[in-house]
Design a protein around this ligand. Structure first.
Ligand SMILES: CC(=O)N[C@H]1[C@@H](OP(=O)(O)O)O[C@H](CO)[C@@H](O)[C@@H]1O
Ligand SMILES: [Mg+2]
Length: 552
């Protein structure tokens, strides 16, 4: 496809098979496009064309496309693009994606495509390469077919990876594009990924005791087949017991299981009761296996959550320790990135030990901020995160000539961590191995890990408002600048609570405003959250009749 005319003709041949539903506006948000799966055919078709154009723009580098709605209900689906280094799509192109998705007719779509080509100076003679995968949702196959039509319409070469986890797709993109270069990331296959992770894991835990059987809740999603394969590669180095692995059972995906369920409801998935024993650890993946939450039951069978903040604290402290043991504390600065949803106790624990940055919600913000440290650790409280080693940190590790066996050991550990950690994106399976490495090194069970700091009781509440776009924030979303006057009222409330903190922001993924509150005592955290929720509701003219009863 070398001319605009060819491309327009190609699009015309397929676009009418996937017409845009007339009453819907699509938005490429924090997680790409996401809505009911049956509404997305036109969007994925157009994303096929967009991915081809993005690839041409980048000299034929391979672009990734993942069809998933992560932790959302089974009937939802979504699609997002992955840039050549395995990172999220460049922000300017999110905008192009939204415009393309909303063109009302085939003619209008062709026109915006032509505009995009001119605006971004795309040379259509360049090749286009796209690698794509989907999660286990029932709408996935139909959407893949529509997406493939988008590739055909634009003459792109596609590589179908079928059912894969989101992090594996990101990994593949980076491997394909870095093949044969000095930055070669690995073998571009799922087994290559498994070999890389499990190989590094085995080296890191050699001579250490891992902690018996780890229960893995796979959310009845794509994590199940991936974890099964990983278990084969891990062998005895980390025995896994997989639960919630029914990927073909209708309605099972993310239903009363998975990382989002555990984090949001702060309790054990019912399917694990009677399976998880007191003192034993377990973890939950989300529907596309890029989030991870740990938990355990104490001797009184009380549930304890070990969330993204706890993972961050555990991992950051370990890396700082290894950097010091390697004698590199003056060369390598380890820093942590969080969002406002990080538990206040975690921020305090971390800030006493290393630099901490707070950024707005959404992984791309965390990822970019983490790139500013030589080693940047980032996790959202909900369990999405990873660790980034900058080129300068990698170089420092390579150049370092250790003067003692202890320095040599720490240096080896850090180098193996680079291979263990999926640096393209948060990765539940890679993070699970990372946590197990640190626990093995520290001889920690869930209890000692949990004791690093005590979470402040907290509560997250959704408020449905008429128009969430009137909510504007500043200071990494911790304060409202609009609607005018509301922040002052929130401040007045917060002041009345011991250790109180609360903030309000519009969700980027749902049509709600979120209220977060924490305080020293559980009833106080709840009260503060429901008072702020009530305040937000009333302040924005919420209907008194429909006012949720729990709002105070
Ligand atoms: C409080 C919360 O968990 N918010 C989530 C949620 O964003 P919202 O903008 O809050 O809807 O979805 C994002 C994408 O998955 C995730 O990055 C973020 O952490
Ligand atoms: Mg996810």
């Amino acid at each position: 496809m070398t001319t605009i005319e060819d491309l327009s003709e190609g699009i015309r041949a397929y676009a009418d098979l996937h017409p845009k539903p007339s009453n819907i506006q699509f938005q490429y948000g924090t997680a790409g496009f996401r809505t009911l799966g049956v509404l997305l055919e036109s969007v994925v078709f157009r994303v096929g064309v967009l991915a081809a154009l993005r690839s041409k723009k980048l000299d034929g580098k391979t672009i990734g496309v993942m069809i998933t709605a992560s932790h959302n209900p089974e009937q939802d689906n979504g699609v997002k693009l992955v840039d050549p280094r395995g990172e999220m799509l460049e922000a300017a192109w999110e905008n192009h994606a939204t415009i393309l998705a909303n063109a009302p007719t085939t003619d209008a779509f062709i026109e915006v495509v032509e505009n995009l080509i001119k605006l971004t100076k795309i040379d259509l003679a360049k090749p286009a390469n796209v690698v794509y995968a989907r999660d286990t949702r029932p709408t996935g196959l139909t959407l893949v077919a529509a997406f493939q039509d988008g590739l055909k319409a634009s003459g792109a070469t596609g590589r179908n990876e079928d059912i894969k986890t989101t992090p594996v797709l990101h990994y593949l993109v980076r491997c394909i594009n870095s093949k044969g270069t000095a930055e070669a990331y690995g073998e571009d296959s799922e087994d290559g990924y498994m070999r890389k992770l499990s190989g590094a894991f085995k080296k890191l835990v050699a001579g250490k005791k891992t902690h018996g059987l780890l229960i893995v809740d796979c959310a009845n999603g794509v994590g199940a087949p991936a974890a099964k394969r990983l278990a084969q590669f891990l062998g005895d180095s980390l025995p896994l017991q997989l639960v919630n692995t029914s990927i073909n059972t209708e309605g099972a995906l993310n239903n009363a299981c998975g990382a989002d369920f555990v984090k949001t409801s702060q309790r054990l998935p019912p399917s694990l009761s009677g399976v998880l024993r007191a003192g034993q650890r377990a973890c939950s993946l989300d529907g596309d296996a890029d989030r991870l939450i740990f938990f355990y039951l104490d001797e009184r069978n009380q549930f304890h959550l070990l969330d993204g903040d706890k993972i961050s604290a555990l991992v950051a402290a370990f890396i700082v320790e290894q950097v010091r043991l390697a004698g590199l504390e003056d060369t390598i600065e380890v820093g942590v990135v969080q969002t406002a949803y990080a538990n206040g106790a975690s921020t305090k624990y971390l800030a006493e030990r290393l630099p901490v940055t707070c950024v707005p919600t959404g992984v791309k913000h965390l990822h970019h901020a983490a790139e500013h440290y030589s080693i940047g650790v980032y996790f959202e409280a909900n369990g999405h995160g990873t660790v980034l080693f900058s080129p300068s940190a990698v170089a420092a590790l390579e150049q370092r000539r250790p003067s003692t066996p202890a320095q040599q050991t720490a240096l080896n550990h850090l180098k193996n961590l680079i291979d263990l950690i999926n640096q393209t994106v948060g990765d539940a399976l890679s993070d699970m191995l990372l946590v197990e490495v640190v626990l093995a090194h520290k001889s920690f069970s869930g209890i000692e890990w949990d004791a690093l700091y005590t979470d402040l009781p907290n509560r997250l509440v959704k408020v449905v408002v008429k128009d969430r776009s009137v909510f504007k924030t500043e200071d990494a979303e911790r304060r409202l600048v609009a609607p005018a006057g509301l922040q002052k009222k929130i401040d007045e409330l917060v002041r009345k609570y011991d250790g109180g903190r609360a903030f309000v922001r519009p969700s980027g993924t749902e049509d709600v405003v979120r209220v977060y509150a924490e305080a020293i005592l559980r009833p106080q955290a709840d009260e503060l959250a429901f008072k702020v929720a009530g305040l937000v509701y009333d302040f924005t003219g919420g209907d008194p009749v429909a006012r949720p009863r729990e709002f105070l």
